[in-house]
Design a protein around this ligand. Structure first.
Ligand code: SAM
Ligand code: SF4
Length: 379
């Protein structure tokens, strides 16, 4: 018996989900899984010892970057010639599943799969199928995805079948040439086709757009009417100082306070209490009836209500997007077939979650706040 088969089976049976019958042993994730691997978990009721940080915030949301690689090279996210992690450093899909399981068993109720571009990871549907079982068992409220949309025509229907109900698709412009300039390698028509496939599959869609000075600031209204016209939410994001990029971030940074003030000339924005578990603050746009979110790490720090931690594809847990401190979960994961060491490492990490970040973008602070790119920690 392969070591990981044993680990996985024992783990599921003993720790993760209170199974009444012995779980089917999972096979090599590079093989296509059989549908009957993805059975509902009978009668599971999960003991959920809450993860609470030193500031009393309950950690109920895990973002998992399943790869640092991407088929785009967005100007605010990556440099054009990135050095990616050697494949051997990545956790296997089975290991990622086991880690997610450990967090779910500790009370995490939301999982977001991100990257890099998560849908370029080979056999990624296997992981979605595995994680979807927690939805069926009632131990997870939501399984979501952040994607650049390039692979959605291929995957949208399968994602829905795995229990994904809504997705975030990054789209910063509606202009084909500008799209190419921002993403460097992306194809606008492919992403549009991906959005249509996601709609056909019945996925709720939120568009994420990074507001970029001198790049798409003249298009925010168009993005709003486009998104709301199709029944999508739209969230605007301030660019954050993460990782070295080829350009200068001070040139790109556009405070959303400015964008909001401009929108008020044409639209009525009504504050609403809508929450998705993420950091966005939402308004209802009276004229379109749609929802508009603002993610404002720079102008309005959202840390006081932070309920999230982020796991990289190498098993490093970042307790804050904007701080360097991290915990290695790969060593305890690989070091033992039972999860005691892993659970202790998770508890110790949460016990030192910092109060917040201190991002600055100004002309005196040209260095990124943290060296790693967003594609590594996961957006
Ligand atoms: N590749 C997927 C995508 O683009 O949606 C998922 C990963 S991407 C890192 C997640 C989100 O982070 C995207 O919406 C992207 O626009 C955003 N992002 C990347 N770098 C950023 C930065 N430096 N500041 C703000 N947002 C950033
Ligand atoms: Fe890739 Fe997403 Fe980063 Fe763009 S924002 S380079 S799509 S990871």
């Amino acid at each position: 018996m392969r070591r990981c088969d044993f680990t996985r089976a024992e783990f599921l049976a003993k720790v993760c989900l209170n199974l009444r019958e012995k779980p089917k042993i999972t096979r090599n994730p590079l093989e296509k899984p059989l549908m009957n691997d993805i059975r509902p978990i009978p009668g599971s009721s999960v003991a959920t010892p809450a993860l609470v940080d030193p500031f009393g915030r309950q950690i109920s949301y895990l973002r998992v970057s399943v790869t640092d690689r991407c088929d785009f090279r967005c100007v605010y996210c990556m440099s054009e010639h990135m050095t990616f992690l050697p494949k051997k450093d990545l956790l296997s899909l089975e290991e990622l599943d086991r880690l997610c399981c450990a967090f779910v068993a500790k009370g995490v109720r939301r999982l977001r799969i991100t990257g890099g571009e998560p849908l370029v990871r080979k056999n990624i549907l296997w992981l979605f199928r595995q994680l979807g079982r927690h939805l069926e068992a009632g131990s997870l409220d939501e399984l979501t995805l952040t994607t650049n949309g390039s692979q959605l025509t291929k995957y949208a229907a399968d994602l829905k079948a795995c229990g994904v109900q809504r997705i975030n698709v990054s789209l910063d412009t509606l202009d084909e040439r500008r799209f190419r300039a921002i993403t460097r390698w992306g194809d606008f028509k492919t992403v549009m086709a991906g959005l249509e496939a996601a709609e056909r599959a019945g996925l709720a869609i939120k568009i994420n757009a990074v507001a970029l000075k001198g790049v798409n600031e003249d298009e925010i209204e168009d993005l709003l009417t486009f998104a709301h016209g199709r029944g999508y939410d739209l969230t605007l994001i301030e660019t954050m100082p993460l990782g070295d990029i080829d350009g200068d971030r001070t040139e790109q940074y556009l405070p959303l306070s400015v964008v909001r003030a401009r929108l008020l000339d044409r639209f009525t924005l009504e504050d609403i209490p809508y929450k998705t578990g993420g950091p966005a603050r939402y308004v209802r746009v009276k004229e379109t009836g749609g929802r508009l979110g603002f993610i404002t790490p720079m102008t309005h720090n959202f840390c006081e209500a932070c309920n999230r931690v982020r796991l990289t594809c190498t098993g490093t847990l970042f307790m804050c997007l904007g701080q360097e401190d991290a915990a290695d979960l790969r060593a305890p994961l690989r070091g033992s077939d039972d999860d005691r060491a892993l659970e202790a490492a998770i508890d110790a990490a949460i016990a030192r979650k910092p109060k917040g970040h201190d991002f600055i973008i100004d002309r005196r602070t040209r260095r990124p706040a943290v060296q790693r790119h967003m594609s590594m920690t996961g957006g």
